[in-house]
Each structure stands twice: as C-alpha cells, then as structure tokens.
Design a protein around this ligand. Structure first.
Ligand code: HEC
Length: 104
C-alpha cells in the first residue's frame, strides 16, 4: 500500500487544478474554448484589450451568438469597434453557453 498516499495526493492535485480560480465547470469549459479559439486576437485576460480584438469581459450570450456565430451584433447594440476584422467561428456554437458563463 506504499503507493496509495501518493495516488491520493495526485488525485487531490488534479482536482484542485480543475477548480482553478473557483470557476464553475461550465465557466472552466468556456475558459478552455476561449483560450483555444479567441486569444489569437483577444487578450488571455478577457477584461483587457488584446493584440487585435477589444476586451470581451461581460459579453452577453446574445452578443456572443451574434458576433461569434454570425459576425453581427444584437439589435441596438453599439459595437466597441467599427471594424469587421473578426471572422465568425460557427464551430464553437455548442460552447456559446460555456463562453458566456466564463465571460460574464
Ligand atoms: C481574427 C481575430 C479574432 C478572433 C480569432 C476572435 N476575435 Fe473577437 N473580435 C476581433 C476584433 C478585431 C473585434 C472588433 C470588431 C471587428 O473588427 O470584428 C472583435 C470583436 C468581438 C466581440 C464584440 C465586442 C463588442 O462588445 O463590440 C466579441 C463579443 C468577440 N469578439 C468575441 C470573440 C470570441 C468569444 C472569440 C473566440 C470564440 C473571438 N472573439 C475570436 C478579433 C477576433
């Protein structure tokens, strides 16, 4: 049984890694999606402006759906930038809820 405590420790460390920053599972999932698809242009910290894109912290689900899936904005929304540089990424459609959870 010498290996058991070590295995338990490894489990504890893995579990702690998952709840980094106290994010909910959905928000953590959203963070992964954000890091995979968005940080080429947006800042890894969504509250800051990135190399190309504006800050996106606080983006509503409605805004994310419009901009990320369709390259548009919700009716009446004033975009942070007048440009149209960002290409829609329809592949993340199943993750929009998680993204919204992470960015809110
Ligand atoms: C190719 C670079 C690029 C990528 C990749 C990208 N964006 Fe953008 N994003 C931009 C730019 C630039 C803007 C400013 C408007 C424009 O020019 O399209 C923007 C605007 C936005 C806006 C609107 C902000 C506002 O309030 O006006 C949201 C929301 C957004 N991005 C979310 C995302 C998310 C979420 C992802 C990943 C799934 C992503 N972006 C990936 C470049 C990018």
């Amino acid at each position: 049984m010498r290996g058991a405590p070590l295995a338990l420790l490894a489990l504890a460390v893995a579990a702690a890694g998952c709840s980094e920053g106290g994010l909910s599972p959905a928000a953590e999932r959203g963070r992964q999606v954000y890091l995979a698809h968005c940080v080429a242009c947006h800042n890894p910290d969504p509250a800051q402006a990135g190399p190309v894109g504006p800050p996106v912290k606080g983006s509503s689900r409605e805004l994310l759906e419009a901009k990320v899936l369709h390259g548009t904005y919700p009716p009446g929304y004033t975009p942070k930038r007048p440009t149209k540089v960002m290409v829609p990424i329809p592949a993340v459609a199943p993750e929009i809820g998680a993204l919204a959870e992470y960015l809110r």
